[in-house]
Design a protein around this ligand. Structure first.
Ligand code: GLA
Length: 588
């Protein structure tokens, strides 16, 4: 029996009228040592509930597995929410969108071009059911009916924007039910008649996703569902950023006025995002409408809590609005956390990537055309493709099918150009100085598409490569995940030859008392950053994002290590740790 039920115009929790005032925070985007802090701040803003997605791709990196520790210890996150007195809305997807790599669908699944994703294709639903067999048993004890915090579970995600396969939604609801999910189920869709019709299921509560036009969105929802609670399952109070675009912000008073409209209308709400967090490592997604547009590393989202967990202007404004409609704890609003003092880091050790690629990743030899990253079994990261060019002279290097997603090309170790999926680039004029020259193509996966029909679009080299019209055959393909930097052969920069190609840079810095900080990389171009082996994610001077969040728990008292993989060039060997984030210029 579910703890949360519906009446003709609202919710009942254990039989008592209840309004959900929720905020989204994705445990997998927040360092687990900070979960308690963020949950407490959610309660102090006046939220009675938090909402999270569940990323299938991380929980099940291979079929038959389940990862449930560290950042992925969902049962622990749920227990902590409960200790804080918060309810939880759980959104296990399987598709989660969320600007997350592949929308959360694992690449071992999306790689099969024949599978019809998010449909009742048995190849999809069987994989999904085997995942739920493993995921749900540790979750069931956390349901409200069993004394846990989970009061409702979402079926799919904005399915009406994608498909019309109601049998699939029915299958999913049944899969949840038969594995012990007795709590209230709901769907969520953009608040228009077409999406609501295609994404809803009879007997399952329909909710809407919208950030403005509150009255008309609620009317659409009411027209679709004449009875039951009105709920905005994603009240968008900020937005995400793509590389190369301005940073998105939304005025706090404007968002607060819309929150007030929602609550005054008697609706329930899930603020998206209460706390956005970070796309650490290789976890960001991408859009692909007319062009490929990867998401930046920060998922600050201009949310109520900043990326580093500090109450921003919306936190205060929302707390005031909520207080007009519901009790808000009579406790002081948390102050911003202490930040590390300004620290300069000298990166005085270096190792070039190309000469050491084979030591970092055992190459896979293919005799014919290059294979994709997925065919190499790679979920994220880079592939270095290496071959020799039999011909020489000036000519066009052509990559049929393009590259996924950004390729740096080197002839005999010298950089000759870059191709980007974003710009639909497929060809590069090059001069090959001699027959038998080596050709290296370093291809970066910039993030899997998370919305629309292109989910699962492959990465790496996507087809045959020709020079002057002749196919280059026979490649060594190095899958580079960089999950163990211990084998990088760093040498003092003074002794390492200056190299124009991609290189690792290493430096140390002293910390007296660990605290949050922001890595600023003036003069650096594009690459990846790690602190004490923790992969902060991607940096790029294209912006808008200019600093990377370094959570305090990854630092230690004493000597700390910074490693950068710089793909292009730097003007100097220095990085900075600052006390202020810089997410870039906003749209004028
Ligand atoms: C939709 C999705 C979310 C997220 C937002 C935009 O509503 O359901 O997962 O992608 O858009 O941030």
């Amino acid at each position: 029996m579910s703890a949360l039920t519906t009446s003709s115009d609202g919710f009942l929790l254990h039989g008592e009228p209840f309004r959900i005032i929720s905020g989204a925070m994705h445990y997998f985007r927040i360092h687990p040592d900070q979960w308690t802090d963020r949950l407490r701040k959610a309660r102090l803003m006046g939220l009675n509930t938090v909402e999270t997605y569940v990323p299938w791709n991380l929980h099940q990196p291979e079929p038959g597995t389940l990862v449930l520790d560290g950042f992925l210890d969902l049962p622990r996150f749920l227990r902590l929410a409960r200790s804080e007195g918060l309810h939880v809305l759980l959104r296990p997807g399987p598709y989660i969108c969320a600007e997350w790599d592949g929308g959360g669908l694992p690449s071992w699944l999306t790689t099969d071009p024949d599978i019809r994703l998010r449909s009742s294709d048995p190849r999809f639903t069987d994989a999904l059911d085997r995942y739920l067999d493993l995921l749900l048993p540790p979750i069931v004890p956390q349901l409200a009916a069993n004394g846990g915090p989970v009061i409702a579970v979402q079926v799919e995600n904005e399915y009406g924007a994608y498909g019309t396969d109601t049998a699939y939604l029915e299958h999913l609801a049944q899969s949840l039910r038969s594995r012990g999910i007795d709590e209230l189920l709901f769907t969520c869709d953009q608040a228009n008649p077409e999406h609501l019709a295609a994404g809803s299921l009879p007997g399952v509560l329909a909710t809407g996703t919208f950030g403005s036009r509150i009255a008309s969105s609620l009317e659409q929802l009411r027209a679709h569902q004449p009875e039951g609670p009105l709920m905005c399952a994603e009240f968008w109070i900020g937005w995400f950023d793509h590389w190369g675009e301005p940073h998105h912000v939304r005025d706090a008073d404007d968002a607060a006025a819309d929150l007030d409209r929602l609550l005054s209308a008697g609706a329930s709400v899930n603020i998206y995002m209460f706390h956005g967090g970070t796309n650490f490592a290789f976890t960001n997604g991408a859009n692909h409408d007319h062009a490929y547009e990867p998401i930046v590393t920060s998922y600050d989202y201009d949310a109520a809590l900043t990326e580093s967990g500090d109450p921003g202007p919306k936190y205060h404004a929302f707390r005031e609005v909520i207080a007009r409609h519901a009790p808000v704890p009579d406790e002081p609003v948390p102050a911003p956390s202490r930040k590390l003092p300004l620290t300069s880091v000298e990166l005085d050790r270096r190792a070039a990537l190309l000469p050491h690629a084979t030591a970092l990743a055992k190459p896979v030899r293919v005799d014919a055309d290059p294979v994709t990253a997925e065919e190499l079994g790679l979920r994220s990261g880079y592939v270095l493709y290496r071959t020799t060019v039999p011909d020489h002279g000036d000519g066009l290097l052509h990559f049929s099918g393009g590259v996924g997603d950004r390729a740096q090309v080197f002839v005999d170790g010298a950089p000759v150009g870059v191709l980007e999926r974003e710009r639909h680039e497929e060809a590069l004029p090059v001069r090959v100085p001699r027959a038998g020259a080596s050709l290296d193509v370093l291809v970066e996966n910039m993030g899997g598409v998370n919305y629309g029909p292109r989910i699962g679009a492959p990465k790496g080299l996507l087809g045959p490569v020709t020079f002057k019209g002749t196919a280059l055959r026979g490649w060594d393909c190095h899958p580079l995940t960089f999950d163990n930097l211990g084998s990088v052969p760093f040498a003092p920069a003074s002794e390492a030859p200056e190299d124009a190609g991609p290189a690792f840079h290493h430096g140390t810095f002293e910390v007296r008392a660990p605290a949050d900080t922001f890595l600023s990389l003036p003069g650096w171009t594009k690459g990846q950053a790690w602190v004490n082996g923790f992969h902060l994610g991607r940096y790029w001077n294209r912006g808008p994002q200019r600093t990377l969040y370094v959570p305090a728990p990854v630092l230690r008292r004493g000597t700390n290590e910074l490693v950068l993989l710089e793909l292009q060039a730097t003007t100097g060997p220095r990085a900075l740790l600052t006390d202020t984030p810089d997410l870039g210029p906003v749209k004028p």
